[in-house]
Design a binder for this molecule. Structure first.
Ligand code: SAM
Length: 179
């Protein structure tokens, strides 16, 4: 299964944000929402992780408000003391740090412009791809990935938006599985 982890450094983790101000007051929740649409994703903003299951998610349409509304609903439900709680069909909330999320996953690929070219990279389609939002990952976050043995894979030297990167990864992997 293909997985995407998107780090929302400024994303608001209380349900008070306005669906009318996703890029501003919601801390670039627009990026997170677009990433949901570009994949189905696991988003994290310490210490809250929100996971979207592609198989089970409902009420998701390809605009920014709909995934943002599902994130808002999940935050309204609140973080359970332990484990994951399903908030709406296919959307889960848990109290996990970035280190917790990465620690629980294998075959981590850090998408970074300085990595190995994706076209020559060995990929099985069962990887977890990690992206940042509008900011770089912090040195501490990069260290967590390095400790887990994450490989750096590049889509080229130009910098793209996170959701566009997800589209490109899906395109590259779909082409491989189609041929
Ligand atoms: C908009 S970029 C990050 C912004 C950037 N750090 C800056 O200087 O403003 C969002 C994420 O997309 C991924 N990304 C962007 N361009 C990429 C590329 N050429 N190859 C691989 N990943 C890329 C990276 O994971 C990055 O953290």
């Amino acid at each position: 299964m293909r997985r995407f982890v998107v780090v929302g450094h400024k994303a608001v983790t209380t349900p008070k944000f306005s669906l009318n101000d996703l890029p501003g007051g919601a801390g670039r929740m627009d990026i997170v929402a677009r990433c949901v649409n570009a994949s189905l994703f696991l988003s994290h903003a310490p210490p809250v992780a929100i996971r979207f299951s592609g198989e089970k998610v409902r009420y998701l349409s390809p605009d920014e408000r709909s995934p943002a509304a599902l994130i808002k609903k999940a935050l309204e439900k609140g973080v359970p003391p332990a484990g994951e709680q399903e908030c709406t069909p296919g959307v889960y909330i848990s109290k996990q740090s970035f280190a917790d999320v990465i620690g629980s996953l294998d075959d981590i690929v850090y998408l970074h412009e300085d990595g190995e070219d994706i076209r020559g990279a060995r990929l099985t389609g069962d990887e977890t791809f990690v992206l940042s939002d509008h900011q770089n990952l912090t040195p501490e976050e990069e260290e967590i990935l390095a400790t887990k043995g994450a490989r750096k894979v590049s889509l080229g030297k130009k910098l793209y938006h996170a959701d566009h990167c997800i589209v490109m990864v899906n395109y590259e992997l779909d082409r491989r599985s189609d041929s």
